[in-house]
Ligand binder design. Structure first.
Ligand SMILES: Cc1ncc(COP(=O)(O)O)c(C=O)c1O
Length: 432
């Protein structure tokens, strides 16, 4: 058993200070065993907790750390910016550098605006879609998570599904009524929602690679169908790429599928582990944002020099030749080895991947496209599995609905070792 005394004591104290003892719900370890691990430091692919345990980390701060922990390029950039001042409330040259980096290397971003989180990016993009179209309703998909703004906490994934709820209390019915929720991978459901409200739908928002309720990889034809139906009805197509942006390639899922959304939201990777978000897309639509246009959106710390410096360093690394090919190869080391093993052993488990994202799928199915396809037995299987991984030095997010991330810092040796431990954990789980 790994020592958890210090984490447990810190958690007991934290519970007297914060709801659930945490600053974000999934961190509370409610769906797995024991107290959450309080992390102390990280380096490359490794993290160490307060009890001195070392782990190979596949949470990677839930996605932002594509270069791993404390990457020198990122920490140096932040240090250089830090000594010059933490925030000015004025424009800085960092924003221009980052803006050019993105716009020059991403076909679908003509203009963008920096904000401070993914939630804020999505909330602002939805307001923009409504302002631009003059319509109120939005369509979202069951299991897709888009942050915690009111309109989007309806049948969402991530922490809500982990805690067994899919919608949040405190969202007025009048707001929720403006959000139409449909299942993924169902063309007829979209067509009938649009038929019902032909002139009221401002936007369709989707994670083009839904990764907050398992990994629900969509058919390209389905995403293209969404593009076409949006064009036909003058609806904004909004790709929420807070996870997939700069992760699946520099152009994210939009580039991977070669589908141009009208707006894209970003977060995570563009901040290098510091708080950040952004939304952008077609110039004509972004021209509606204040002060150029009538859609208001602002932020005291928007474009913060530390976050943007970290983001510049990280994105520059992502742009180096062969970066994504190498990252994707690394992810396949785990998936291929484990999948060969479970196929041969005929165990109902496989690893689903796209790029450097992987998800532990506790079924024999290799295609899972909808939230409702995930079996209700999964959380019970995930619990002993998660414990086994922790006991053997592997840290993944404490929920079976969450995906894992491989960073450029993971070595082949660490990945091979992880695959071996996952295989042991599966055997252990299914023997129970
Ligand atoms: C797809 C997606 N959109 C939006 C968000 C919200 O981002 P943040 O947690 O930075 O507010 C998340 C967070 O995980 C996300 O995965």
């Amino acid at each position: 058993m790994i020592a958890r005394d210090k984490s447990t004591a810190l958690f007991e104290e934290a519970k007297t200070l914060f709801p659930g003892g945490v600053s974000s719900p999934v961190r509370a370890f409610r769906s797995v065993e024991g107290a959450p691990l309080f992390m102390q430091r990280g380096e490359g692919a490794l993290v160490w907790d307060e009890d001195g345990n070392q782990f190979i980390d596949y949470c990677c701060s839930w996605g932002p750390l594509i270069l791993g922990h404390a990457d020198k390029r990122v920490t140096q950039a932040v240090q250089e910016a830090l000594v010059k001042g933490t925030s000015f409330g004025t424009p800085t040259r960092y924003e221009n550098i980052m803006g050019q980096l993105i716009i020059n290397n991403h076909r679908f971003i003509e203009k963008l605006r920096f904000v401070s989180s993914g939630t804020e990016a999505v909330m602002s993009a939805i307001r923009l879609a409504r302002g631009y179209t003059g319509r109120n309703k939005i369509i979202k998909f069951e299991g897709c998570y888009h942050g915690h703004s009111d309109a989007l906490l309806v049948k969402a994934g991530s922490g809500l599904v982990t805690l067994g709820e899919t919608s949040s209390k405190g969202v007025p019915a009048a707001f929720a009524n403006e959000t139409i929720v449909v299942e993924l991978d169902d063309e007829a459901a979209i067509s009938s929602a649009i038929e019902q409200y032909p002139n009221d739908i401002a936007c369709i928002i989707i994670e083009p690679v839904p990764a907050n309720n398992g990994l629900l990889l969509q058919r390209k034809e389905y995403l293209q169908f969404l593009r076409n139906i949006c064009d036909k009805h003058n609806i904004i197509l909004l790709f929420d790429e807070v996870i997939s942006g700069f992760r699946l390639g520099f152009e994210g899922a939009s580039g991977l599928y070669n589908i141009q959304p009208d707006l894209i939201t970003f977060g995570k990777i563009i901040g290098g582990g510091l708080p950040v978000g952004a939304y952008g897309g077609k110039k004509e639509i972004m021209g509606m944002v204040s002060p150029d246009g009538p859609v208001y959106q602002a932020g005291t710390l928007s474009g913060n020099p530390l976050s943007i410096s970290a983001g510049i360093a990280q994105l520059q690394a992502c742009l180096t030749s062969g970066f994504y090919e190498e990252l994707h190869r690394k992810c396949r080391i785990i998936a291929d080895k484990v999948n060969r093993f479970t196929a041969e052993a005929k165990l109902p488990f496989n690893i689903l991947t796209t790029g450097s994202i992987f998800w532990l799928n506790f079924t024999e199915d290799c295609v899972i496209r909808k939230a409702s396809d995930i079996k209700s037995t999964m959380p019970a299987l995930f619990k002993p599995f998660h414990r086994y991984l922790l006991e053997h030095g592997i840290y993944i997010g404490p929920s079976g609905y969450e995906v894992c991330f491989v960073s450029a810092a993971h070595t082949d040796e660490q990945l091979e070792q992880t695959a071996d431990i996952i295989m042991q954990a599966i055997t252990h789980t299914f023997q129970k």
